[in-house]
Design a protein around this ligand. Structure first.
Ligand code: F0G
Length: 412
C-alpha cells in the first residue's frame, strides 16, 4: 500500500528529512506525518503548538524493578500542555477551525480540558469544559482557566459530565472534542509512528498504556495496523492496557464478558485521570488487544504509587495514571506474559507536574493515611519517600542532614 503516492521507503525518508525543516507543520511531531492523516482543505487551518517529538528514555532501574532487561518510556507528558492529549488535539482542533466552529467542548478528567483550552485559544475559538467537581487536579484545572476556557465543575463524576455534554452538543452549535472525535484518534496515532521511527522501524515486543476512556489504546492500535498495511513495519508489538483496580471496566469486560459487552463500574481511584467507569472506546480497545495478542491487567493504588516513585527516581517522573504501566508490567512479568529478554515500551501519558498534590502526599507519608491500605503502604513505600525538612537557617543543620542521608540512604 502507498500513502500520498509514496511507498514505505519514501515515507520514511520524507518524514526524517522534515526534522531538518523550520516549517511549522514539519516541526510538529504530528503533522510531520501528514501523509497518513486526514487532509485539511488548506494547511493554514492547522493549529500547532509543536506537539509530539517526545523523547524515548531508557529506564534501566525501572527495568530491574519490573524484571525486564530492555525497558523504555515514551514520555507523552513532554508535550506542550504536559500530556499525550496534545497530539490528538492539534488534529481535531484544526478540523474544528476549518469547519468554522466558534465553540469547542469536552468533558474531561483534566488533561483533555487543558489541551483543548490551549489549542482553542491558539486557534481563536472559545472552549467549554465540563469537569467533575473536586475530582481533577489543580494543575490541570489551572491550565484550562489560564487558556480562557469557560469551565463548569459539575456535581457528578466524569461519566456524568459526558452525559450532560452529549445533551449540550445536541442543543448548541459546539464541536465535540472528546476522544470519540475521530480526528483526535488520527492525531494520537502519530505517537506510535514516532516511536517506531525512533526504533528504526524495528518494533518492540510490547507497548503498554494506561486505560481510561480507551481512546489512546484505540489510536495506537490503529497506528500499528496502518503501519503494517503500509509496509512500514513487518510485525506488530503486543499492546497491553493497564487500569487501576478501582476503575477496571475494561479488565472486567474482558474477563467476565469475554470482551463482548461493556461492564461499567463505579470508578474510584487516586489516579483521577483514569477515574472512568464507562469507557467510550471499549470496543476498539478490545479489538486492538485481541488483534495484537496483548493483555489487560489491573493494579492497586499502592502498586501504582510505588511504580510512580520508581519512575521518579529514574529522573523522569510522571503523573499517577501513567505509572500504572510500570506497575502492570511488573505483574505481567511475574505472570510470564512478558519475558525477561523482551523489549518493552511504556507510554507515559502525563507530566509529573500535573499532580503535585499526589506526589507531596506520597513523600510526606500521607497518601494512604486513614485508609485500609495504610499498613501495606507504610511497609512498601517508606523506603521511597523523601519528605521535605524544615530546618533552622544554619549550615550545621544542613550538613548534619547531608551526613545522615549519606549514612542511611544508599540511593541507587
Ligand atoms: N493517562 C492520563 C494522564 C490521562 O489524562 C488519561 C485520560 C489517560 C491516561 C487514559 O487515556 O482515556 O485514552 O484511555 N484522560 C482523559 C481526560 C479522560 O479527560 O483528560 P484514555
Amino acid at each position: 500500500m502507498r500513502a500520498a503516492g509514496l511507498d514505505a521507503a519514501g515515507l520514511k525518508q520524507l518524514w526524517l528529512q522534515r526534522r531538518l525543516s523550520w516549517n511549522a507543520l514539519d516541526e510538529s511531531g504530528v503533522w510531520r506525518f501528514r501523509e497518513i492523516l486526514p487532509a485539511l482543505n488548506d494547511w493554514k487551518h492547522v493549529i500547532t503548538l509543536r506537539e509530539g517529538n517526545t523523547p524515548v528514555y531508557e529506564l534501566p532501574s525501572c527495568g530491574r524493578f519490573a524484571g525486564v532487561e530492555r525497558l523504555f518510556a515514551k514520555h507523552q507528558g513532554m508535550n506542550p500542555t504536559g500530556s499525550f492529549k496534545d497530539t490528538g488535539m492539534t488534529a481535531a482542533a484544526s478540523f474544528a477551525r476549518q469547519g468554522g466552529f466558534r465553540w469547542v467542548a469536552c468533558a474531561s478528567t483534566g488533561n483533555t480540558s487543558a489541551s483543548m483550552a490551549a489549542y482553542a485559544a491558539r486557534g481563536g475559538m472559545r472552549s467549554l469544559v465540563l469537569i467533575p467537581q473536586g475530582q481533577i487536579t489543580w494543575g490541570k484545572l489551572s491550565q484550562a482557566l489560564d487558556y480562557g476556557a469557560v469551565t463548569c465543575q459539575l456535581k457528578t463524576d466524569f461519566d456524568g459530565c459526558m452525559r450532560v455534554l452529549d445533551e449540550v452538543v445536541q442543543r448548541m452549535p459546539v464541536y465535540l472534542l472528546n476522544s470519540v472525535n475521530p480526528y483526535r484518534l488520527e492525531g494520537q496515532k502519530t505517537a506510535a509512528v514516532e516511536l517506531l521511527e525512533r526504533f528504526d522501524w524495528q518494533p518492540p515486543d510490547h507497548i503498554i498504556v494506561p486505560g481510561g476512556n480507551l481512546g489512546n489504546s484505540s489510536a495506537i492500535g490503529k497506528a500499528l495496523r496502518e503501519m503494517k498495511e503500509l509496509g512500514l513495519i513487518t510485525k506488530m508489538p503486543k499492546l497491553s492496557v493497564i487500569q487501576a483496580e478501582g476503575a477496571n471496566a475494561l479488565v472486567r469486560t474482558m474477563r467476565e464478558a469475554g470482551g463482548k459487552r461493556l461492564i461499567s463500574v463505579h470508578a474510584e481511584t487516586m489516579a483521577t485521570a483514569i477515574k472512568i467507569g464507562s469507557p467510550a472506546s471499549w470496543k476498539k480497545a478490545v479489538n486492538v488487544i485481541e488483534a495484537t495478542g496483548g493483555a489487560v491487567e489491573q493494579v492497586s493504588e499502592v502498586e501504582m504509587a510505588l511504580a510512580k516513585a520508581e519512575i521518579g527516581a529514574d529522573g523522569i517522573g510522571c503523573e499517577p495514571a501513567s505509572a500504572v504501566t510500570l506497575a502492570g508490567l511488573k505483574k505481567l512479568v511475574r505472570q510470564g506474559f512478558v519475558k525477561k529478554n523482551e523489549s518493552v515500551v511504556l507510554i507515559l501519558t502525563g507530566n509529573l507536574l500535573k499532580d503535585p498534590d499526589f506526589t507531596l502526599k506520597f513523600h510526606r507519608g500521607d497518601l494512604f493515611a486513614g485508609t485500609e491500605h495504610e499498613e501495606e503502604a507504610a511497609a512498601v513505600l517508606t523506603p521511597r519517600q523523601h519528605a521535605p525538612m524544615v530546618l533552622d537557617a544554619n549550615a550545621n543543620a544542613v550538613v548534619r542532614v547531608l551526613e545522615y542521608a549519606e549514612q542511611t540512604d544508599p540511593g541507587r
